[in-house]
Each structure stands twice: as C-alpha cells, then as structure tokens.
Ligand binder design. Structure first.
Ligand code: HEM
Length: 164
C-alpha cells in the first residue's frame, strides 16, 4: 500500500510540473506572440478569458506541488537519512524549495489582481521567461537529487559489501 501511495505521489508531482510548465511555455512562445497581433480590445478580452481559466490550474497546481512535494520530502526516506547520509541532499532540496516558493509567488501574482505584482503583469514576456528559467533550474536540481541520491546509495552499499 505504501508503495502505491509513493508512486501516486511522484506521478502527481511530476504530472503537475508537466502541465504547469508546459502551459507557461505555451503562453510565452505561442499565445503571447499570437495575441499581440489582435486589436487591443480583443486582446484584453482574450487575456481576461485565458487568465480566468488558467488561474484554476495555477491554484490547484500549487496545492498539489506542496502536498506531494512535502510528502516526498518528509514522508519517504531520503538519501540524507541513515545509513546513506548524503550531505548534499538538504542544501539542494532547501534551494529547490526556496526557488519553488518564488515561482509559486510569481505564478499567483500573474493570475491575481494584487498591486504588488502589477509590475510582473505589465511585462508578461519577461516574467514568463524568468518563471521558465526558474522552473528549468528547479527541474535540474530535482533530477540531480534523484541521480546523486542513487549514486550515494550505491557507493554506501559497495563500501559495506565490498564483494558486490
Ligand atoms: C515546495 C515545493 C516542492 C517540494 C517540497 C518538492 C519536493 C520534491 C522531492 C522531495 C522530490 C524527490 C527528489 C528525490 O528523488 O529525492 C521531488 C521530485 C521532483 N520535483 Fe519537486 N518539489 C516541489 C516543487 C516542485 C516544482 C515547482 C517542480 C517543477 C518546476 C518540481 C519538479 C520535480 C520533478 C520533475 C521531480 C522528479 C525528479 C526525478 O525523479 O527525476 N518540484 N520534489
């Protein structure tokens, strides 16, 4: 049963990343340049309709990321635990979480109405480029956590069992 939940949690976590980051890339490289060709009134109408729908994806997505991310971090043994004690794990995961929180704040600001984020909404091309760069770094760190953790585990096993 535990394995089922662990697989489900990774599935939802990675699936959320695919949907949200894919949506951001589509907006930055397809929707924004295409919408720029429309007259202002139509562009504004399209922006309101798109943001109204995308907002739900962002809010549900952030909830799923937090739920599954913290389950993967706190509920599943990590390579930082005994007996592996991979020292890079916590600094890397901590950096990833901070970057993810920045990405969540920017994503909510883009679909919300808060004045604090008006500057981000005024230049959506630049903001989406920054968000996609943040996402690429986060995904890179996540991949390194996976690959580096597995390597630390293999190294530990071969030290404790030299015959392997
Ligand atoms: C606060 C939010 C988040 C937390 C706490 C979190 C935590 C985690 C943890 C613990 C893992 C497992 C790493 C391992 O194998 O040891 C993971 C995997 C992953 N995370 Fe997150 N994450 C968060 C947000 C995000 C975001 C925003 C993205 C995408 C931009 C993302 C993308 C991924 C991917 C792609 C993997 C799978 C890596 C792999 O298995 O190769 N995560 N996450």
């Amino acid at each position: 049963m535990e394995d089922v939940i662990n697989v489900l949690s990774r599935w939802v976590h990675v699936g959320t990343a695919i949907v949200l980051i894919g949506g951001m890339a589509f907006q930055r490289f397809v929707l924004l340049p295409s919408a720029a060709e429309l007259p202002d009134a139509e562009h504004d109408k399209l922006r309101t309709a798109v943001m109204g729908r995308w907002k739900k994806f962002i809010h549900i997505g952030i909830g799923l990321f937090l739920l599954t991310g913290f389950y993967n971090y706190l509920g599943v043994p990590t390579p930082a635990a005994e007996p592996i004690r991979w020292k890079l794990y916590h600094p890397l995961v901590g950096t990833k979480i901070l970057l993810a929180l920045a990405l969540f704040a920017m994503s909510s600001g883009m679909v919300g109405r808060s004045n604090a984020f008006a500057g981000l909404r005024a230049n959506p091309k630049r903001t989406l480029t920054i968000m996609l760069t943040l996402a690429a770094i986060i995904i890179g760190i996540s991949g390194f956590l996976k690959v580096g953790g597995a390597k630390a585990m293999r190294a530990k096993i071969s030290v404790s069992n030299p015959e392997l």
